[in-house]
Design a protein. Structure first.
Lengths: 113, 112
């Protein structure tokens, strides 16, 4: 089955720790995205990547980092510099930039203890 | 910068009703507009994608329209069912960009 997988589904972090959220896709999509969703809010863009070894900051990139070493993978690291990291994190992909549908993973819920 | 607004924020209807969800956007120079469905605690599922050159798209009981000149889109759900209960999100990119900006969604409950 083609799709996007995110792991883990739930993640707990102590203050001061860095954590990495996994996102993998087997859709052969060039573009990948990370969004953050807070209760009652729309999705806010953290980072996006149009091609391997290239990525751009979104609207709320501070305290986050990403890498795109492989086409299939786009991991997100939530660093200790992120002041309020508790949220629902969604990864998405699309065939390429332009007029294509975005496909989303099931999400990771991060809670800071 | 694109701003996307969805009205109403929440809606509760009896089963069988036809209903309309509204989405407005401030920058009309868009490549496309997408409607998504999100179940609680889940990711988003794409429902319909309307290209800028199209006026509407249909999928089963769903019909989405796009009026770029007025900055509006509507999602029409015919003969609603309890299984339609979810949050519906609208997303449109800013002019010259392909990155969508999302509205806050309409939370729909269809009760038997």
């Amino acid at each position: 089955d083609g799709g996007i997988t995110q792991s883990p589904k739930y993640l707990f972090r102590k203050e001061g720790q860095n954590v990495t959220l996994s996102c993998e896709q087997n859709l052969n999509h060039d573009a990948m995205y990370w969004y953050r969703q807070d209760p009652g809010q729309g999705l806010r863009l953290i980072y996006y990547s149009q091609i391997v070894n290239d990525f751009q900051k979104g609207d709320i990139a501070e305290g986050y980092s990403v890498s795109r070493e492989k086409k299939e993978s786009f991991p997100l690291t939530v660093t200790s510099a992120q002041k309020n990291p508790t949220a629902f994190y969604l990864c998405a992909s699309s065939i390429a930039r332009g007029t294509d549908t975005q496909y989303f993973g099931p999400g990771t819920r991060l809670t800071v203890l | 910068k694109q701003e996307v607004t969805q009205i109403p924020a929440a809606l509760s209807v009896p089963e069988g009703e036809n209903l309309v969800l509204n989405c407005s956007f401030t920058d009309s120079a868009i490549y496309n507009l997408q409607w998504f469905r999100q179940d609680p605690g889940k990711g988003l599922t794409s429902l319909l994608l309307i290209q800028s050159s199209q006026r509407e798209q249909t999928s089963g009981r769903l019909n989405a329209s796009l009026d770029k000149s007025s900055g509006r889109s509507t999602l029409y759900i015919a003969a609603s069912q309890p299984g339609d209960s979810a949050t519906y999100l609208c997303a449109a990119p800013s002019g010259g960009s392909y990155i969508p900006t999302f509205g806050r969604g309409t939370s729909l409950i269809v009760h038997p």
